[in-house]
Design a protein around this ligand. Sequence first.
Ligand code: ZN
Length: 297
Amino acid sequence: MSTPQQPQRYTWPDGMKSACCISVDVDAEAPYLWARRAGMTPFIGQLEQRRFGPRVGIGRLFDLLASVDIRGSFFLPAAVAELHPDIAPAIVGRGHELALHGYFHESPTDTEEAEFEDALDASIDRLLAQTGVRPAGFRSPGWEMTRPMLAALAARGLAYDSSLMGFEHPYEIDNVVEIPVHWQLDDAVHFKFLGGGGDRWPPASTRAVGESWHAEWQAHHETGGLFMITVHPWIIGRAARIAMLRDLLSRLREVPDVWWASAAQIAEFHRSSSNAGRFAVESAPPPGIGPRRFKRN
Ligand SMILES: [Zn+2]
């Protein structure tokens, strides 16, 4: 496809105007362990904050999604599956999608290519062994990707990636179906607060985030986009935030022409629909245009 151009409208199934997907990144302790892979410290404050997710938050999310009859997509680092072997079966048992999110939530910016592939294979093996279901999709920790990472997903026959934001609806990048995300719709951006002086802004008010997300949904609905929320049980699982999400989802569930689907269902639809190939892009920068310095002689 060429640019610039008139934005093309995405076509959703059964004449639906837009789509919604609730994605849950079950990070829990995994990013903390990855950040301390050179050696643990004696401090347990952040660990306890993160363990709130498996202890309380995920159960609240299960109840909320059941009450509004939504099938979510749960991206589970394999280390969290290893630490909490009941989580993956619970996700599948409640009819949600179970998908990949690294082993130790390895950041792509400090992971070797071979290490990424080994972690990916080990993650597939662990989730498959715990549930009997082979995950169809991958979400990169920190939402960073590389060309080799996309190629590694394709080589393993995975149906989609969900880490990038090149469109507001599904597309293909390097022939991998991309189910896009959006920072504004990530609870961590608004609420994550670790303490200890390292945070750059205070947690947002739940009311403000609820209003912002509703406005985001309205705009996505008008333009025919995919409204993909990303939440983390240790962050969104706090009582007032769950109440905010319940209000929002209850409201949105009353709108008739919205397709609610898991990321895997959306990827499957994309491949088999008239949208396939209409939004295909390559990740490589155009040849001949690289970074350069401007210097006066
Ligand atoms: Zn994550």
